[in-house]
Design a protein around this ligand. Structure first.
Ligand code: NAD
Length: 293
């Protein structure tokens, strides 16, 4: 593959497209935002004026969009404009139903299709170390590998259509719940006169250990790289955590699965967002739980 269309050049898509340029792909980019287009142009992306133009000359079409409705409206146009047999890779985080609808439409149009949402944030997108969770046929996965390799560090094939999205929302439901649990434990410890470092030294090496404590500790001190040491600047903003928890709860409802902690985590992140926390790192919920904001 030589030429790649990249639709959605925002915080994540911009640096992902820039890494493809650095790896010598011709990248034809499109976005609705002038700022995103200007930055992409500076990064060597050939910015085009409409989405058809981006896909017509490309072997693969990558999307990195806000939500399912954007994905489906972009696919409506791009599936008609692309060369038959092109590879469609959607890296956005969207609901499982929209993802599967997009796969069906791509298959009907004679395209290969993969959902490949990511974890790793803007830092991972810039460094080319994202984790990709992919859903789709083995043929689509194998073909996508060379592109995902440029943008990521770990690539997992999770099964058929939509399974990448399923893995992403299940993982992030664990993350939201574990961050709340870790935050509650640090808040309780503080009131009981136990210092942060002491709880960290115990929990990070015993049965309480988890990513939210060991790598992303919500209090300043024990893990110097965690956002708690930088006034909770994101990182991974609380608005994005809320988005992913909502997607997990929509999926749980539509699959008839009981997820009471996932549901309560969604309520707590909603409350944090409503209180002005949407642009704060998601670990900042520790202060909201304490009643500070
Ligand atoms: P963003 O808002 O910065 O970028 C989305 C871009 O899509 C914007 O530039 C917007 O103008 C563009 N867009 C919207 N509709 C369009 C259309 N019809 N045609 C062309 N462009 C269109 O968002 P982001 O942070 O880059 O996130 C993108 C996706 O990645 C989301 O699904 C998000 O949930 C997921 N994600 C984000 C992060 C993160 O840390 N930011 C981490 C993991 C996953």
């Amino acid at each position: 593959m030589k030429t790649v269309a990249f639709i959605g050049l925002g915080n994540m898509g911009g640096p992902m497209a820039a890494n493809l340029v650095k790896a010598n792909y011709v990248v034809k980019g499109f976005d609705l935002s002038e700022d995103a287009k200007d930055q992409a142009q500076k990064d060597g992306v050939e910015v085009v004026e409409n989405v058809d133009e981006a896909v017509a000359a490309s072997d693969a079409v990558i999307t990195m969009l806000p939500a399912g409705k954007h994905l489906l409206s972009v696919y409506e146009v791009t599936l008609k404009a692309a060369k038959p047999g092109s590879l469609f890779i959607d890296c956005s985080t969207v609901d499982v139903d929209s993802s599967r609808t997009a796969h069906d439409a791509a298959e009907k149009a004679g395209m290969l299709s993969l959902d490949a949402p990511v974890s790793g944030g803007v830092g991972g997108a810039t460094a080319g170390t994202l984790t990709f969770m992919a859903g789709g046929t083995k043929e689509a996965f194998d073909k996508a590998h060379e592109l995902l390799d440029v943008m990521g560090g770990k690539i997992v094939h999770c099964g058929g259509a939509g399974n990448g999205q399923a893995a992403k929302i299940c993982n992030n439901m664990i993350l939201g719940i574990s961050m709340i649990a870790s935050s509650e434990a640090f808040n309780l410890a503080e009131k009981l006169g136990l210092d942060h470092q002491a709880l960290f030294d115990v929990a990070s090496t015993s049965s309480g250990q988890c990513w939210s404590i060991n790598t992303y500790c919500p209090v300043p001190g024990p893990v110097p790289t965690s956002p708690a040491n930088n006034d909770y600047a994101p990182g991974f903003a609380a608005a994005l955590m809320l988005k992913d928890l909502k997607l997990s709860q929509d999926a749980a409802k539509s699959a008839g699965v009981s997820t009471p902690l996932g549901s309560h985590a969604e309520e707590l992140y909603q409350s944090f967002n409503d209180a002005g926390g949407s642009g704060v790192d998601f670990s900042g919920i520790i202060n909201h739980l304490k009643g500070d904001k």
